[in-house]
Design a protein around this ligand. Structure first.
Ligand code: GSH
Length: 258
C-alpha cells in the first residue's frame, strides 16, 4: 500500500497491479486532477480477492465513499465529475466529447490489449523480471503465493492474452496502425482533440507506455534491464515515430506525480 499522503477513511482507494497500464491510466488521472488517494497494490491472482470484494473483477478499481468504480474509463468519468472545470479531462463541447470518447474506447479496446500482448510475448519467459514487476508493493504473502503459482499463472496469461509469436506480430501491426492514426490526427494540432489535454491524450500515453517506456513513468521507468534485444529495437523504433514522440512528450510535460 502506498501511503505517501495523509489519509482518512474518506480518501479514495485505488486497487491496482502496480505495473498495469490501465492502472497507470487511473493513477495519472488522480494525479492530474490532484485528488488525494491511497494506492493498494496486489499481485495476480490476489487482485481478484480484492476486486471481487468491491463488486469488480479487473484492476484498476477505485473505492470511494460515493461508490466503487470498476473500470478505468468509469474511474476517469467519476473523477472528472468531481473536479473543477479548469482541469477537466472531458470537453464540454458535445462534438469534442464524442471524439474523446471514441478515441478513449479505441485505445482501451485495441491499443492497451495489443501493447500488453506484445510485451508479455517477450517477457513471460523471464520469471524473475515478471515476478518483480507483478509484486511491486504487495504484501509478503502475495509475493510468496505469486512465486509458487508463477508457472501456472504464466500459462494462463499467455493463453488469455494470446501472447504467441503470431499474437505478438498481430499486436505489433495493430500498435503501428493506431500510432499512424494518432500521427494523422496530430497534423497541425497540439492535442488529439481540441486545444487542451484530454482523456484521449492521457489514455493514449498511458496505454502506449509498455512499448515506449517513458522515463517519467512512476513504475515502469527502470525496467529496461534484462529485456531482449529484439524487443528493445522495436521500442526504439516506436519511440522515434511521431506518435511515440507525442506519448513521450505527454509524459514529460503532463505527468504530474504526487
Ligand atoms: N477495461 C478494463 C481493463 C483492465 C484490465 O485489463 N486489467 C488487467 C491488468 S492490465 C487485470 O486486471 N488483470 C488481472 C485480472 O484480470 O485479474 C479497464 O479499462 O479498467
Amino acid at each position: 500500500m502506498n501511503t505517501k499522503n495523509p489519509t482518512n477513511s474518506s480518501t479514495p482507494r485505488l486497487i491496482t497491479i502496480a505495473v498495469s497500464h490501465y492502472c497507470e491510466k487511473a493513477r495519472w488521472a488522480l494525479d492530474w486532477l490532484k485528488i488525494p488517494y491511497v494506492e493498494e497494490n496486489h499481485a495476480p491472482p490476489f487482485n481478484r480477492f480484492h476486486t471481487r470484494l468491491h463488486g469488480g473483477t479487473t484492476v484498476p478499481l477505485l473505492v470511494t465513499e460515493g461508490g466503487n468504480f470498476v473500470d478505468s474509463t468509469d474511474i476517469l468519468h467519476y473523477l472528472d465529475s468531481i473536479s473543477p472545470q479548469s482541469h477537466r479531462l472531458y470537453p464540454i463541447n458535445p462534438l469534442q466529447r464524442q471524439e474523446v470518447d471514441k478515441l478513449e474506447d479505441l485505445f482501451d479496446r485495441q491499443l492497451g490489449v495489443s501493447t500488453r500482448c506484445w510485451v508479455y510475448f517477450y517477457v513471460l519467459d523471464r520469471p524473475k523480471l515478471v515476478q518483480n514487476v507483478w509484486c511491486m508493493g504487495v504484501p509478503k504473502l502475495e509475493q510468496v503465493g505469486c512465486a509458487i503459482a508463477f508457472p501456472l499463472l504464466r500459462n494462463m496469461v499467455r493463453k488469455a492474452f494470446n501472447s504467441t509469436s503470431e499474437g505478438a506480430a498481430r499486436s505489433l501491426s495493430k500498435i503501428k496502425e493506431i500510432f499512424a492514426k494518432v500521427e494523422k490526427r496530430l497534423e497541425g494540432q497540439k492535442y488529439l482533440v481540441g486545444d487542451s489535454f484530454t482523456a484521449a491524450d492521457l489514455t493514449f500515453a498511458a496505454l502506449s507506455a509498455p512499448v515506449i517506456r517513458p522515463a517519467e513513468h512512476p513504475i515502469m521507468s527502470s525496467e529496461f534491464r534484462g529485456l531482449p534485444e529484439e524487443m528493445l529495437n522495436v521500442i526504439q523504433e516506436l519511440r522515434s515515430t511521431p506518435a511515440g514522440k507525442y506519448a513521450l512528450h505527454l509524459y514529460r510535460e503532463m505527468r504530474e506525480t504526487r
